[in-house]
Design a binder for this molecule. Structure first.
Ligand code: ZN
Length: 490
């Protein structure tokens, strides 16, 4: 395929030209959400980053199979709630079936993604639906001699793996140091070494999400699902694995070790990681009290928000930074993003009414190339946006009579906006749909009031009263005047 897309490969710590294993097919796997709570700003960034990649790869002509998993078995965390998975814990506390908790948050996650204009992936596999594949993976690692059983649980033997291969290739961590630092756990723990990670965990009596296995009734370790599902849907070796930078260690490091231990070779060609979002310079977290869900952004219902911010404002704000750069949330930054986005949408809306001339005096040439160059440079969305701002300046100049443009150049501008602003950056002009929505709404109200007037005319009081009373219940005020009825929504 003719293109010069370069992406930063975390594994090799450099930008590399993207060449797929099996052109024109591309396998893309992204670690999806853990569905035990509402999606927040931190969820929006990987979703939008890899949506941009998904859109661009398809634009370049690739047939992309995009797999984004749903983690519904929960995380094993060795802090407060050791061994208990968060979905199970939430279900136990709220007396719900765990899959009710999963379904509730999954539905909300999908709504938020739809609002952000994040395209649905090709396959959205759930960890709980792939327990057999994960057990199979654990068996293979045991057979290869890189895992051991302990009290019904199975742990990955990091020290042994590191002797034969290299544990730490992705994160660059010094594993010898980690092994020595955690050796003191010996004898205290089911694990031989503190760095060993669980492939299978025996369930405690209070643990309600559990499955039978050769070792115990229990549940798979978190890292297993992505290795098992990536392999199932994308094959023994696939092109791109993505996720947030916070997943590099241990999650993705463990995935590499599991793949090599079970099949003798790594599974992924390019590892891509988006940077994190901070809030006023601080990490985001429930305990820090600066945790804002996407829904709260959309409604403005949070003490730290000055006002609601539309999903498109959030999207534009995130795309305003290259994905490997940091993004710091503040109301000021979001307001600036909103203004910038409106400037581009206003310019795009002017394109249809622009008068053309015999010559072009504004700067149009080279815009498309600038946008492509930026996209090919590791998805440099802020550079695409900068080029579009220049295009908007040219459009405004022609609109204000301070410049001229030919039909051909106007067509070119229109194409650049369609392709880069709408198709690739995935922006939508929600103002247009809101306005037409309001128009349709007003027409529907006129229709109802006409039906009421007709009912009155034939003295069908039951119908006319019913329409007035039920509209009143819905919060409308209906006022009869000599020219007909007027309505107002309170
Ligand atoms: Zn994962």
């Amino acid at each position: 395929m003719e293109h010069s897309l370069e992406i930063y490969n975390t594994l090799n710590r450099r930008k590399e030209r993207f060449v797929p294993l099996h052109e024109p097919h591309v396998g893309l796997y992204v670690c999806g959400p853990t569905v035990y709570g509402d999606a927040h700003l931190g969820h929006a960034r990987p979703a939008i980053t890899f949506d941009l990649l998904f859109r661009y790869l398809q634009h370049l002509g690739y047939k992309v199979r995009y797999v984004r998993n749903i983690t519904d078995v929960g995380h094993l965390e060795h802090d407060a709630d050791e061994g208990e998975d968060k979905i199970a814990k939430k279900a136990r506390l709220e007396q719900l079936e765990p899959m009710e908790v999963v379904q509730h948050y999954l539905t909300r996650y999908r709504h938020a993604m739809e609002a952000l204009n994040v395209l649905p992936p090709s396959i959205e596999p759930m960890a709980s639906g792939h327990i057999i594949e994960q057990i199979e993976l654990v068996k293979q690692i045991l057979e290869a001699g890189y895992a051991y059983e302990s009290a019904g649980s199975v742990y990955f033997d990091v020290e042994k793996y590191n002797r034969d291969h290299h544990y730490g290739v992705l994160s660059g961590r010094n594993i010898e140091e980690m092994i020595n630092n955690t050796r003191s756990l010996d004898g205290q723990d089911e694990k031989r070494n503190g760095v060993d990670f669980a492939l299978w965990k025996a369930a405690q009596p209070e643990h309600i999400m559990r499955w039978p296995s050769p070792w115990s009734e229990g549940f798979p370790g978190w890292h297993c699902e992505c290795t098992a599902m990536g392999r199932k849907y994308l094959g023994e070796e696939f092109d791109i694995h993505g996720g947030g930078m916070d997943l590099v260690f241990p999650h993705h490091e463990c995935e590499i070790a599991q793949a090599v231990a079970s099949h003798g070779h790594p599974i992924v060609r390019y590892w891509m990681h988006n940077n994190m979002i901070t809030i006023n310079g601080q990490k985001m977290g429930k305990s820090l009290g600066n945790f804002i869900t996407l829904e709260q952004f959309f409604t403005g219902d949070h003490p730290n928000l000055y006002k609601p911010y539309s999903p498109m404002t959030i999207r534009f704000f995130i795309l305003g930074a290259q994905y490997r750069g940091t993004v710091d949330f503040s109301n000021e930054a979001l307001e600036a993003a909103e203004k910038g986005m409106e400037r581009l949408l206003d310019a795009a809306a002017l394109l249809d009414g622009l008068k053309t001339a015999d010559a072009t005096s504004v700067e149009v040439a080279g815009l498309r190339k600038r946008c492509y160059d930026a996209m090919n440079d590791d998805l440099n969305s802020p550079m695409v946006i900068a080029a579009l701002f220049d295009a908007a300046r040219a459009i405004n100049a022609v609109h204000n009579g301070q410049g001229t443009i030919t039909q051909a150049d106007l067509d070119e501008l229109r194409e650049v906006f369609r392709l880069f602003l709408f198709d690739l950056l995935g922006m939508r002009d929600e103002r247009a749909s809101r306005a037409s929505g309001n128009e349709a709404f007003a027409k529907a109200m006129d229709l109802l009031l006409n039906i009421r007037a007709e009912a009155k005319a034939r003295k069908d009081w039951a119908t006319s009263d019913k329409i007035r009373d039920e509209l009143t219940d819905l919060g409308f005020t209906i006022k009869d005047t000599k020219d007909g009825a007027e309505w107002k929504l309170n």
